[in-house]
Design a protein around this ligand. Structure first.
Ligand SMILES: C[S@@+](CC[C@H](N)C(=O)[O-])C[C@H]1O[C@@H](n2cnc3c(N)ncnc32)[C@H](O)[C@@H]1O
Length: 232
């Protein structure tokens, strides 16, 4: 008699055999990743939810009633966390009701409590105007950015694209982030990290660099947590 677990392992092994070596490495890493399993069990759209959950648990950036802008939101795991934490569906009758707006180049599947701007390029100035129109009162108290460019494999080019996106998010913050607001923004650690940290320090009262445990050790991704925005 084959157990359900043995059956699942068998199918995973068959799936593995049909893949290219790169796909096999990716799939075997996914099958062994505890955050992938937890995401499935807890109905999160992807494992990245645990990065935001950990950062929020340690640094308390999301509260009921606030307005959140989620940049690079697809498939929507960070927005799931944000909707829950800011009480965007109003499910907690005792708490203030917040809002979540998500933006991505890709389609973001519907999520109760969130407004999504799919197929929108953050680098497009018209998109910035649309974001501002969509945010309640044209402002967000927290901007989350998990935006990552498609990696070309050429390190310098990828870094340059990341810098461009980072500066774009900073421009967006200057436009829509509330005074004293918070920005959580992904970056690939490298030659530009210190410069960008200095740039953030000009605009925010406090800047930290975080590496949550759900962020893979072999990945160069880091997160800037910038608080107490000084709006000019
Ligand atoms: C790591 S994923 C985000 C995962 C998301 N935080 C979640 O939890 O579901 C990065 C996203 O950034 C988006 N992205 C990259 N460049 C973008 C751009 N110029 N404008 C909008 N979204 C962009 C990608 O399409 C991708 O969906």
């Amino acid at each position: 008699m084959i157990s359900r677990v043995q059956c699942r392992l068998f199918h995973a092994a068959v799936r593995l055999l049909k893949k290219t070596p790169a796909e096999q490495r990716w799939l075997s890493r996914q099958l062994q990743d505890p955050f992938v399993k937890s995401a499935q069990q807890q109905n999160y759209r992807c494992r990245s939810a645990f990065k935001l959950l950990e950062i929020d648990a340690k640094h308390g950036i999301l509260q009921p009633g606030i307005s959140v802008l989620d940049c690079g939101a697809a498939p929507g795991a960070w927005s799931q966390v944000a909707v829950n934490r800011v009480n965007a569906t109003g499910s907690d009758l005792q708490a203030a009701v917040g809002s979540v707006v998500g933006v991505d180049l890709l389609h973001i599947p519907l999520l109760e409590g969130a407004v999504f701007l799919s197929h929108c390029d953050l680098l497009d100035p018209k998109v910035k105007a649309r974001i501002q129109e969509t945010l309640p009162g044209g402002e967000a108290q927290v901007i989350l950015s998990d935006v990552a460019p498609n990696a070309s494999g050429i390190r310098e080019l990828d870094q340059q694209q990341f810098v461009e996106l980072f500066l774009c998010i900073l421009g967006l913050a200057e436009r829509v982030l509330s005074p004293s607001g918070t920005l959580l923004c992904k970056f690939w650690d490298g030659a530009n990290t210190f410069l960008l940290q200095k740039q953030l320090a000009k605009l925010f009262g406090e800047v930290k660099i975080l590496k949550p445990s759900a962020s893979r050790k072999e990945s160069s991704e880091i997160y800037f947590l910038a608080r107490r925005f000084r709006r000019s």
